[in-house]
Design a protein around this ligand. Structure first.
Ligand SMILES: Nc1nc2c(ncn2[C@@H]2O[C@H](COP(=O)(O)OP(=O)(O)OP(=O)(O)O)[C@@H](O)[C@H]2O)c(=O)[nH]1
Ligand SMILES: [Mg+2]
Length: 429
């Protein structure tokens, strides 16, 4: 539109306006129309559109791409155009998916915590002693109990007797004891007319019970008011410390006050192990540094037991090989020191590992020579197929088996009961 007055001025200055006013008017109108068309074309070109729609590159900022991609006529109904900064652009944008604020939101799916249902804890009933013997003697029962039933299933034959001898020896009853037991069984079977497997089995149970004898198996206690002293010895790893822990649990439950002495100064860990049992059972613990003289620990522990008013002092010692002279002498010294203070000890227990079978007998002989042993604690009967060792120990050492270990837990120490033992060996579960 600005070109029209310029043209008119140009015409006037060139003298055309004076020549023919009508021509000037026609020219003026023509120029006016053409200029308008020219202006319109320029405007269209500069916007890149068709004149009716706004183009890309106006003041919309980052939404340009989305606008390029949109389908015609897909307006946003909620837009009122107020924020777009451009007339006629309100309905032009696509509805975009909502973009999360952080990448983490993108990556982490919503976690729905499953409802946790606590399982109901049903405390198992504690096993009776009878059940414990039955359950824990499985391995020996497998070689002994089961095979006897099988052997005599076809009658009382020579072959069956030989098989029985073999089974008893495999279960570590010991050769001498086995020969004696089988000989006596044969005689009785003949005299009493036992002709079935069941009858022979009953006789065998009787013979085993007889072989175990009826010695006093109770743990001795002080008759004066001084604390009872039990000294615990044995080869490495037989179960001394564990047996002391189990004993402490039984005694504490019975209401006795206890002191435990860590006279195993060979390793610091040994005193720590005993310390755990002391804590569990509420017992006092006496210990010294690693390498200290075991006899001095024993000495101090007796004093402590007296001053604390303990009913019972149990002394743990280091495992020692029975053929090491110096170590056996050391054990003798511990015992002498204690006896000087306390008089004869109520118990000196030898802990034997049932899984070592006949080797345990040789070990025991050496201990018997070094110190007087008053009772045997036979551990790990639960893990042994050589449970017959109980018979051998009893017969060959002449020392009562007073305690048996039937497992690693607190309640797995039992006073040895020949009735329950023999019943457990042949029980049908
Ligand atoms: N299955 C079973 N394991 C037992 C029993 N008694 C002890 N044990 C295990 O035998 C291992 C050795 O037991 P400890 O009590 O440390 O033996 P220790 O005679 O004190 O050993 P040292 O002090 O090293 O000579 C441990 O793993 C005990 O849990 C038992 O009656 N049955
Ligand atoms: Mg130990």
């Amino acid at each position: 539109m600005t070109l029209v007055p310029l043209l008119l001025v140009a015409l006037a200055t060139t003298g055309l306006l004076d020549a023919d006013p009508a021509l000037v008017v026609v020219l003026g109108l023509l120029l006016l129309g053409g200029g308008g068309a020219l202006v319109a074309r320029r405007a269209r070109r500069s916007r890149g559109g068709d004149g009716d729609h706004p183009g890309v590159g106006d003041d919309r900022g980052g939404t340009g791409t989305a606008l390029l991609d949109r389908e015609p006529g897909t307006e946003r109904p909620e837009d009122d155009g107020g924020d777009d900064g451009g007339a006629g652009t309100v309905t032009d944008e696509l509805e975009l998916p909502k973009v999360p604020d952080t990448p983490a939101e993108l990556l982490e799916p919503e976690v729905v915590e499953p409802e946790v249902v606590e399982p109901e804890v049903v405390e198992p009933e504690p096993l009776t002693l009878r059940e414990r013997f039955r359950q824990r003697l499985t391995r020996t029962r497998n070689v002994l109990g089961a095979s006897v039933v099988e052997l005599f299933g076809g009658g009382v034959t020579e072959e069956a007797w030989e098989g029985l001898e073999e089974a008893l020896i495999t279960a570590d009853v010991g050769v001498t004891a086995t020969m004696e037991i089988v000989e006596e069984l044969r005689r009785r079977a003949r005299e009493e007319g036992a002709t079935s497997g069941e009858a022979v089995l009953e006789l065998l149970k009787e013979e085993l019970r007889a072989a175990l004898g009826t010695p006093d198996r109770t743990l001795a206690r002080a008759t004066d008011d001084g604390p009872t002293v039990w000294l615990v010895t044995g080869v490495n790893g037989t179960g001394k410390t564990t047996t002391i822990g189990k004993l402490a649990a039984v005694e504490a439950r019975a209401g006795n006050r206890l002191t435990l002495a860590a006279a195993d100064t060979f390793r610091a860990a040994a005193a720590e192990q005993l310390g755990i049992w002391a804590e569990r059972t509420g017992a006092e613990l006496v210990r010294k540094e690693e390498g200290a003289d075991p006899a001095s620990v024993a000495y101090e522990s007796y004093d402590a037991a007296v001053s604390k008013g303990s009913d019972l002092l149990i002394v743990d010692t280091a495992g020692r090989l029975h053929n090491k002279r110096q170590l056996m002498d050391e054990l003798g010294k511990v015992k002498r020191v204690l006896e000087k203070q306390a008089g004869p000890l109520e118990e000196t227990l030898l802990v034997l590992d049932a899984t070592t079978g006949q080797n345990g007998i040789a070990q025991a002989q050496a201990f018997l020579e070094a110190v007087e042993i008053t009772g045997i604690a036979l551990t790990k009967l639960d893990g042994s197929s050589k449970g017959g060792i109980v018979v051998a120990v009893q017969r060959e050492l002449g020392i009562p088996v007073k305690l048996v270990g039937l497992g690693e837990e607190l309640d797995d120490l039992a006073p040895f009961d020949p009735e329950l033992f023999v019943e457990g060996l042949f029980a049908e579960l």
